[in-house]
Design a protein around this ligand. Structure first.
Ligand SMILES: [Zn+2]
Length: 342
């Protein structure tokens, strides 16, 4: 059954908006993992399924697995398909949000102009919507997570890459074509490291992504790493670097300090720009918890302009690894009418 998404800025409160018995299927296309889950309009997750992305297999194979994962998530939720009114999809940019097309994101090499929304509508027979994954995560934390009740919020995901999302005056900010909020590409050193995401020099992502932390550790090891405990690990990851720093390894601590300094530098600019009540940090690298948060809080609190910039809270995501599917569902509740088109 062919359907067409009915997209409007917001459907809350006009009678067709979400209620507690409204369910959406949320799909998340990450660089490392695909995720799917059934989420209701209060943000409760009724099922959650994950599998490796293997983006190099190309869009056709990956989307077939993603849609199967979604079908599995619906089966595991115990709900009937007739309960699922809409589908939301989050993916890293650049995207054409209005047409529901993935343009050519750096985390999915070879994906060029993939009409993800149309393919999802074909697969599931109900309206779907695509949005930037950082924007979707910001929506999730704002509606259901750490940022409930705030009006101005910034979300930063620190993972394979670094993404972001912005809520201004209670509404998601998307920019002119849906690609705004790329906070990972705020410059922290205009003569700095090459950014794998956008190719420029010195982006926040080029220092604090899991990929960059691992790379910087490798470089430091090659230069002067004989005494480091990381030398015994074949390809140390960001988590290995964090663990070795906690264990007192000097080289790992140096790499970690470079990470928190770059994050604090980027966040200071972001806080000065938006004066958010809250900065929410998510993504794999934030599993290090206070080891990341404490030095960053302290530095931003000292360096951001006063008064309000310095009072911005910096907290971890409340939704953890489910933030992507909850966000995709939040976008679907915001933007898609649950009524399938004739
Ligand atoms: Zn960049």
């Amino acid at each position: 059954m062919a359907t067409t998404a009915s997209v409007s800025p917001a459907v809350d409160g006009d009678g067709s908006g979400p209620a507690a018995r409204d369910f959406a299927l949320g799909l998340d296309i990450g660089g490392t993992k695909l995720a799917a889950g059934v989420v209701d309009a209060t943000g409760r997750v009724h099922s959650f399924a994950l599998e490796p992305s293997r983006g190099e297999e190309g869009p056709e194979a990956v989307l077939a697995r993603l849609f199967d994962l979604g079908t599995r998530a619906v089966a595991e939720s115990g709900l009937a398909w007739s309960d699922i009114g809409r589908v939301g999809i989050g993916c890293g940019g650049p995207l054409d949000v209005a047409r529901g097309v993935v343009l050519s994101p750096p985390h999915l090499p070879g994906w060029v102009d993939v009409p993800v929304t149309a393919l999802a509508e074909q697969a599931y027979g109900r309206p779907a919507v695509l949005d930037n994954d950082g924007t979707a995560a910001a929506a999730a934390e704002h509606r259901y997570g750490a940022g409930t009740g705030t009006r101005n919020l910034v979300y930063l995901t620190i993972s394979t890459g670094v993404g972001g999302g912005i809520v201004i005056d209670g509404r998601l900010y998307r920019g002119s074509m849906g690609n705004g909020g790329e906070l990972g590409h705020v410059t922290t050193d205009c003569n700095g490291r090459r950014c794998h995401g956008c190719g420029r020099l010195g982006c926040l992502e080029a220092y604090v992504s899991g990929t960059s932390i691992a790379e910087r550790a490798q470089e430091a090891l090659a230069e002067r790493g004989r005494d480091s405990m990381l030398a015994a690990i074949d390809e140390p990851t960001a988590a290995d670097v964090a663990a070795a720093a906690r264990a007192g390894d000097a080289l790992a601590q140096e790499v970690w300090d470079g990470t928190t300094a770059a994050l604090a530098c980027g966040l200071t600019s972001i806080v000065n720009l938006f004066e958010p009540e809250l900065v929410v940090l998510g993504g794999g690298v934030t599993r290090s918890g206070d080891q990341l948060l404490e030095p960053v809080r302290q530095a931003v609190g000292t360096t951001a302009m006063s008064p309000a910039g310095r009072s911005a809270g910096i907290v971890l995501s409340a939704l953890g690894e489910q933030v992507g599917v909850v966000g995709a569902a939040a976008i679907a509740f915001e933007q898609v009418s649950s009524k399938p088109a004739a």
